[in-house]
Design a protein around this ligand. Structure first.
Ligand SMILES: NC(=O)c1ccc[n+]([C@@H]2O[C@H](COP(=O)([O-])OP(=O)(O)OC[C@H]3O[C@@H](n4cnc5c(N)ncnc54)[C@H](OP(=O)(O)O)[C@@H]3O)[C@@H](O)[C@H]2O)c1
Length: 254
């Protein structure tokens, strides 16, 4: 916990100790938000993200919680409320692990497990922050999706199917929460370099192949995605809700 000042929207970013979440935390803080860096086990990395924000003049604190755990999620939001106030902006980004397998190879436990955990985490996080947003008459909820929820790619059935469910969940929640001044959108990147999953799963040649499939000739950086997230997390997107926004350099043009 830190000595955060009083001004600036309170933004909670799940899974912000590295990758896209860390880039989002840094960008939102640079735009004046009070940022909460959630992590599950990477405390040192989360502390480094907070330190980099603070040294750049921003406001941040780190809070540990496993977003799949109901009581941990409730405790995290309570801890934030006690320290600085109600969460006004939720960027739900934490990466729930999944099997990279074909339909032929994958078991129900692997596919169903990813679906269940992906949706449980989004459900719990949303349930935890909506009462505070409703009280304030303002909220921005942004979920991280993927281009693979519209465009199948070999081995990605568990991720693509669960993120497609997340997009439809977002539409339902958006419809219900609109009257409370809360917008709900999904930012759906293509492959993003400099992230754990892409480094682990996509070798160099494969990354070049993915880049060649984009109109812009490269795969995204975490900062590319963070800028799109910041738009949906901010006031300029106030009349946009229930959409899944592709951030894929023209890899898929719907
Ligand atoms: N990278 C891509 O190419 C890509 C493309 C499209 C969409 N996305 C989506 O973008 C999001 C972020 O992906 P990324 O590649 O940036 O991930 P990443 O680099 O692997 O980082 C994952 C983050 O999530 C945290 N985390 C994992 N499980 C958690 C849990 N149960 N509770 C709380 N935090 C948890 C990790 O913290 P700990 O280490 O402390 O667990 C870490 O901060 C994901 O939703 C992913 O599906 C990524």
């Amino acid at each position: 916990m830190t000595n955060l000042r009083q001004e600036g929207r309170i933004a909670l970013i799940t899974g912000a100790s590295r990758g896209i979440g860390a880039a989002v935390a840094r960008l939102l803080a640079s735009r004046g938000m009070r940022v909460v860096v959630n992590y599950r086990s990477s405390r040192d990395e989360a502390d480094d993200v907070v330190a980099s924000i603070v040294s750049a003049g921003g406001q941040a604190m780190a809070v540990q919680a496993d977003v799949r755990d109901e009581s941990a999620v409730r405790d995290m939001v309570e801890q934030i409320r006690a320290a600085i106030g109600e969460v006004e902006v939720l960027v739900h980004n934490a990466l729930i692990p999944y099997a990279v397998k074909s339909f032929d190879e994958i078991s129900w436990d692997e596919l169903g497990g990813k679906l269940e955990q992906e949706m449980r985490a989004a459900f719990l996080m949303t349930k935890a922050v909506v009462p505070g947003m409703t009280k304030g008459g303002y909220g921005r909820i942004v979920y991280l999706g993927t281009v693979l929820s519209r465009r199948p790619r070999a081995g990605m059935i568990a991720l693509g199917t669960s993120k497609a469910a997340l997009s439809q969940f977002a539409r339902y929640v958006a419809q219900e929460l609109g009257p409370q001044g809360i917008t709900v959108n999904v930012v759906a990147p293509g492959p993003v370099g400099e992230t754990t999953i892409v480094n682990a799963v996509l070798e160099q040649a494969h990354q070049q192949n993915q880049a060649a499939q984009t109109a812009l000739g490269r795969i995204a950086t975490p900062d590319d995605v963070a800028r799109a997230v910041a738009f949906y997390a901010g006031d300029d997107s106030g009349f946009i809700t229930g959409i899944t926004a592709p951030v894929n350099g023209g890899m898929a043009m719907d």
